[in-house]
Design a protein around this ligand. Structure first.
Ligand SMILES: [Zn+2]
Length: 142
């Protein structure tokens, strides 16, 4: 009886459960705004497998997406998030572009405007607000 129990423990220890992703509740309202823009465009995505949290990032970085075999992770610089609330949606949409939609950077400009939210440099929040609909069409159109 003892050996059977031991065997079953070994077997269940081998089960590959996906790692549990953590989502910081303070960031989720903005994540949900971005996901809602996808839903409007009939793109239904879940972030349940993506860790989304704050971190202390290097000087120039506002957010990063780390892709891994088991769990993609978005880290947002806490100080930037607090200091620049007008950029929150753009940053989150950009990082979800990487970590959720598997998009790479697109640094093209057209008529002096960045073509994509996947521009590697964050652009003016007034441009984002003015052309918000276009940018979400572009983001989810891929
Ligand atoms: Zn990027």
């Amino acid at each position: 009886m003892k050996s059977i129990l031991l065997l079953s423990l070994i077997v269940s220890g081998c089960n590959q459960f996906p790692p549990i992703a953590y989502q910081n509740p303070e960031l989720m309202p903005v994540v949900n705004i971005v996901l809602a823009e996808g839903i409007k465009r009939n793109k239904f995505y879940s972030v349940k497998d993506i860790t989304i949290d704050f971190a202390d990032l290097e000087e120039s970085a506002m957010g990063v997406c780390e892709t891994g075999v088991d769990n993609n992770k978005i880290f947002i610089d806490k100080k930037y998030w607090v200091d620049m609330p007008q950029d929150r949606e753009q940053i989150m949409a950009h990082e979800l572009g990487h970590c959720l939609l598997n998009l790479e950077h697109n640094d093209l400009y057209r008529n002096n405007y960045p073509v994509s939210l996947m521009d590697s440099v964050i652009f003016s929040s007034s441009i984002f607000i003015q052309y918000r609909n276009y940018y979400y069409d572009e983001l989810f159109g891929h």
